[in-house]
Design a protein around this ligand. Structure first.
Ligand SMILES: Nc1ncnc2c1ncn2[C@@H]1O[C@H](COP(=O)(O)OP(=O)(O)OP(=O)(O)O)[C@@H](O)[C@H]1O
Ligand code: SF4
Ligand SMILES: [Mg+2]
Length: 371
């Protein structure tokens, strides 16, 4: 690992540029005992031309070298603008999509290479809760069939005669009346439907839940109820969560640690206090400066950072630091060297919350959300 904390741009991209993470940091709040280790994860979608003879002319680099640990029993929040690759990471974790490169180690074993029975066994332990409870539940199936469907693939978890009772227990666990088992999704509100989605996610007793924007489609008043339910279930079932959301306030509320993504990469990661109160990456600072502040006095004193320009295309990301085309601090070095996700040299060894992983050559602490 280069001591300078950077790699040269142009030494490859995507799969070969993997290694932009300096490994679990010694100073940052760590994930504890990791149940999931994600290393240099890459997903490129080929861009093709031609109708009969398809020729690859490029690739959408949706995820381009993402690394993090998920600790047992912890909640890792992932935030970032639309299109930065959050859902693509989620789909790879639950094996809905195969990575182009990289490793996903569950309890030390790389699951990306698994197939057949071994893959099926791992899938059981990593379940997903989807964003939209209106479209993710089959309208023609009863709630009982929806929640019990995973038992068709894993009958060992609940033999046929036991399923109805199990599903009713799950309805009870997520705060729904077990007598609703024969109802259809349209007979429920949005919040109740998301509870059904959560019950389905729990059916196989997983250890990890990947929740992709689980409350984004819900009314604000209902969001808190679903978040509270997820927190309660985490304690009850010893779950580890990867929690993806746009809303930084919600992510802060539920997360132990937070990772900030930009254009296919994690640019900063740390404990919730490190990220929200001591951000060092300009992109994180800009995102936080847009978070609504309820207290009017604090609001008057807070600093807004307005980013110029659009997010570049993931098919042609900028060289060096991907954020440089919108960064007010960008210098020549930023176009030449890919910044590593590591504790910046300026904070290394210092006893400060600013000493957490941040992929910026010129990382500086800047408080944008009033404490
Ligand atoms: N199957 C696919 N084929 C080609 N490009 C894709 C595919 N799926 C996603 N992408 C592209 O990959 C990038 C990342 O998409 P992704 O859905 O992971 O982003 P996201 O962070 O979840 O966004 P949002 O917040 O809007 O849900 C986007 O540019 C998207 O258009
Ligand atoms: S490396 Fe340069 S362009 Fe990237 S965030 Fe830091 S200062 Fe901005
Ligand atoms: Mg998404």
């Amino acid at each position: 690992m280069p001591e300078t904390g950077h790699e040269k741009a142009g030494e490859g991209s995507g799969a070969t540029e993997a290694g932009s993470w300096a490994g679990p940091s010694t100073r940052s709040v760590s994930a504890g005992e990791a149940i999931l280790e994600v290393r240099d994860l890459v997903k490129h979608y080929p861009l093709t031309q031609g109708i009969v003879r398809k020729k690859q002319v490029g690739a959408v680099k949706a995820v381009d070298g993402v690394s993090f640990d998920l600790g047992r029993g912890e909640t890792l929040g992932i935030v970032g603008e639309s299109g930065c690759g959050k859902s693509t990471v989620a789909r790879m974790l639950v094996q809905l999509e195969k990575p182009t490169a990289g490793a996903i180690r569950y309890k030390g074993e790389d699951i990306t290479a698994l197939s057949g029975r071994a893959l099926k066994a791992v899938r059981r332990n990593i379940q997903m809760v989807f964003q939209d409870p209106y479209t993710s539940l089959n309208p023609r199936m009863t709630v009982g069939d929806i929640i019990g469907e995973p038992y068709e693939i894993h009958p060992e978890v609940a033999p046929k005669g036991d399923r109805r009772r199990k599903v009713q227990d799950l309805l009870d666990v997520v705060g729904l009346n077990p007598e609703y088992i024969n109802r259809y999704p349209h007979q429920f509100s949005g919040g109740q439907r998301q509870r059904i989605g959560i019950a389905r996610g729990l059916a196989l007793n997983p250890e990890i839940i990947v929740a992709d924007e689980p409350v984004s489609a819900l009314d604000v008043s209902v969001q808190a109820q679903v978040i509270n339910l997820m927190e309660k279930l985490q304690d009850e079932f010893d779950l580890s969560y990867l929690f993806i959301a746009h809303d930084l306030s919600i992510v802060r509320h539920i997360s132990d640690r937070v990772g900030v993504m930009y254009l296919g990469r994690i640019v900063e990661i740390g404990s919730d206090a490190e990220i929200y109160e001591h951000p060092t990456h300009p992109y994180t600072q800009a995102l936080l400066s847009a978070v609504p502040v309820p207290d009017p006095t604090a609001r008057d004193h807070r600093e807004r950072i307005i980013l110029s320009g659009d997010v570049p295309s993931p098919a042609d990301p900028p060289s060096g630091c991907r954020f440089r085309t919108r960064c007010w601090k960008a210098q020549e070095r930023c176009a030449l060297e890919v910044p590593l996700l590591a504790v910046p040299a300026v904070f290394r060894g210092a006893d400060t919350p600013a000493a957490h992983d941040s992929a910026c050559h010129f990382a500086e602490e800047r408080t944008v959300v009033p404490r």
